[in-house]
Ligand binder design. Sequence first.
Ligand SMILES: [Zn+2]
Ligand SMILES: [Zn+2]
Length: 146
Amino acid sequence: MREFGGGCQCGRVRYTARITDTQAYLCHCRMCQRATGSPSAAFKNLARADLVWESEPDWYASSPVAKRPFCSACGTPLGFAYNDSDRLDLTVGSFDDPSPFYPTENFGVESRQPAWEDTSHLPAKAASDHEGTIMRWQAAGLKVPS
Ligand SMILES: [Zn+2]
Ligand SMILES: [Zn+2]
């Protein structure tokens, strides 16, 4: 059992999660695609009892059966929860350190976007090596965030 911190991009919503394993999954369903703006949503499922909201999220009722926590100030999608479940999902990207998590399952595969799943063969560039990005951050008197 390890504690993981996480939250939204602006820092208004914060949580601490007690994690027993770092297995996670991808949901490819259309509702998750819309809710995250991404071809799939990476989620870590855990018991509600193992999650403490240090500052409360907003909740969007995305259907009559489920709600999605998010931050109304910055828009970060934070998870998914069935109304009648004692478990819920947190978005892997909202953890302060998402690197320990890895996918073990695909869900909602009827809406799968295969072109986005394995991009390892595509050209790769670090944001910190991109001239336009460096210029804009330098003009703001800052370094490119990693
Ligand atoms: Zn926020
Ligand atoms: Zn979904």
